[in-house]
Design a protein around this ligand. Structure first.
Ligand SMILES: [Zn+2]
Length: 84
């Protein structure tokens, strides 16, 4: 993502913070333009369907934490969550 942003970002562009909220990326930036917004939007959308544990395509969301997981990681995490 950062490589792509570098290509389109103005020289004073800065990323203030990157967080994960509700199973998707939440990015705060300064001096962005339409092109940086486009790149960020693409990755935010991608983050909704990518396993937060291993980066594979997500097939499910955990219930307690609204996070996307793939088939491999989902059951493991759900078990972990249900045990508290
Ligand atoms: Zn996974």
């Amino acid at each position: 993502m950062y490589d792509e942003l570098e290509q389109v970002a103005p020289s004073d562009y800065e990323i203030e913070d990157v967080k994960e909220k509700w199973g998707m990326l939440d990015i705060f930036d300064w001096h962005g333009n339409e092109k940086t917004d486009e790149v960020i939007h693409k990755y935010v959308e991608l983050s909704k369907v990518t396993c937060v544990n291993c980066g594979k395509p997500a097939t499910r969301r955990s219930t307690g934490w609204i996070s996307p997981f793939c088939n491999d990681c989902g059951p493991e995490y759900e078990k972990f969550i249900s045990l508290g």
